[in-house]
Design a protein. Structure first.
Length: 445
């Protein structure tokens, strides 16, 4: 299992130890490798999958199912043995013979996972408040799902001001916004067995169907017993170049946000944009990358004077006023960017290893109208228990509106346990809903 963007490197490393790439053999996101001259090893199959591969998840679910059902393991083993005896040299008939027991097991597995998939609390939005709510729900023993439209967690602090210092988080005299997000994610990791995180998935709508809510997203459906909305000012989406095929390269070697500078070490990097982030990334990457080219549609940058001064003194190749015209690549990785000088026919093709598009992010709360809850402008109306107008649905953080509301992280952190507690009361009315101390809930090994 690997990060999607490192496949070429992994392929190269495997080739060096005599594994040759056979393609995906018709199964998406599962790359097969063959080998020769490995008599010292047991006969084996080698597949490389990106960590979010559906096929990998299917395999792992099947493995877990077998681990939980030893009686099925014996039956499956017996069928395979029989198939091998009957058809030692006919792979098609061998496969056909064992297909019915496999289908039976997958059916049972499907029913099981569908049942398991109804989680207790689904949180819409992975900003700071959604993250803390997920932690608190985990602490209270709930199964939790966070659905976040971006490819990263952290909401506004991660996207809009990761470098800025925040001074009003309890117990932190000052903390960079990016670090606050890292710590929230770290805190949540304690409950990784009960928290599922779905990134790059936007919640479009939801409705109560029988016992639970069916949540419709840009990728499919989720089932949940309750919902906590922590969607801030709306779903974040990066402003893109708007060029054909761009979506194929996103997160492979095209990035809309930068967290780890060292991933660009030794690379030819092209950055598009003219704001603070674009100029800062160019300055920070200049000593690390092989080359940095900054492309902006105007001659002047909208960045701090000091940063622009540093840029002028650096070796960054600054190209203004140019606009991106065409992105060329192999469908998986972008290879070059064609740019055109404003009010001219002059074009330049910039070969690249990585492309950073720093045009900022937009937010949209357009989905609110499909959620069947009361809202005013783009905020959700809640009572003092954080309940929305629909039973089982709560709102917290910047998304929630009530008399005297302050849109601050600390306020959202306070609202999270209250909403989680109400959700638990809604799902399990028989449970004691008095405050529980984490000092007595968490047992260290
Ligand atoms: C420049 C700046 C400085 C700030 N400084 C401070 C400060 O010093 N102190 C302070 O307390 N506050 C500060 N704030 C405000 C603070 O960042 C917000 O109050 C806080 O981020 C709210 O957190 P949240 O989790 O409610 O929402 P957000 O941080 O907005 O996160 C919401 C998340 O939900 C996701 N989402 C929305 N809709 C959907 C959907 N339909 N499907 C899936 N995902 C969705 C979004 O993509 C986003 O990631 C500052 C804000 C800015 C812009």
């Amino acid at each position: 299992m690997i990060a999607r963007e490192s496949f070429s490197q992994v392929k190269k490393s495997l080739a060096a130890i005599s594994y040759s790439h056979e393609g995906n053999l018709g199964i998406e996101d599962r790359e097969a490798f063959s080998y020769s001259g490995k008599d010292h090893l047991r006969t084996h199959h080698l597949y490389v999958c990106p960590s979010d591969s559906k096929e990998l998840q299917r395999h792992l679910a099947f493995r877990d199912y077998l681990r939980q059902h030893p009686e099925r393991v014996s039956a499956y083993g017996a069928v395979k043995l029989k198939a091998a005896q009957l058809f030692p040299n006919d792979i098609d008939r061998y496969m056909e013979y064992k297909s019915s027991i496999i289908a039976e097991m997958y059916k049972e597995l499907g029913e099981m996972s569908e049942k398991n998939a109804v989680c207790d609390i689904t949180i819409i939005g992975g900003g700071p408040v959604g993250l803390f709510a997920a932690f608190y729900a985990g602490l209270r023993g709930m199964s939790v799902k966070i659905i976040e439209s971006l490819s990263e967690l952290g909401g506004q602090p991660a996207v809009l001001y990761p470098e800025k210092l925040i001074y009003d988080i309890p117990a932190f005299p000052a903390i960079p916004a990016g670090e606050l997000v890292e710590r929230l994610v770290e805190q949540l990791e304690r409950f990784e067995d009960r928290v599922t995180i779905c990134l790059k998935e936007e919640v479009l709508g939801f409705e109560k169907t029988g016992e639970h809510f069916t949540i419709e997203t840009s990728k499919g459906e989720h089932l949940s017993k309750s919902i906590i909305i922590a969607c801030g000012n709306g779903a974040f989406a990066p402003r893109t170049l708007g060029l054909e095929g761009e979506e194929n390269y996103a997160d492979n070697n095209l990035f809309y946000n930068v967290h780890k500078l060292d991933q660009f070490a030794g690379k030819d990097v092209v950055i598009c944009g003219g704001g603070d982030s674009a100029v800062d990334w160019a300055n920070h990457l200049e000593p690390i990358a092989k080359s940095v080219t900054l492309v902006h549609r105007r001659d002047a940058f909208r960045a701090h004077e000091h940063s622009v001064e540093l840029l002028k003194q650096s070796k960054v190749n600054v190209l203004t006023p140019y606009i991106p015209l065409e992105l060329k690549g192999d469908g998986e990785f972008a290879k070059s960017l064609l740019i055109q000088k404003v009010k001219s026919d002059e074009t330049i093709e910039l070969p690249l290893d990585a492309l950073i598009v720093s045009f900022g992010f937009s937010t949209s709360n357009k989905n609110l109208k499909n959620w069947n809850i009361d809202y005013k402008r783009s905020s959700i109306l809640v009572n003092s228990l954080l309940e929305t107008s629909q039973a089982g649905v709560y709102a917290i953080g910047d998304a929630a509106e009530y008399d005297g509301k302050l849109a601050l992280i600390a306020t959202g952190f306070g609202e999270a346990p209250l909403a989680v507690n109400q959700a638990i009361k809604y799902i399990y009315p028989e449970r004691d809903s008095r405050a529980v101390h984490s000092t007595s809930l968490v047992k260290e090994d």
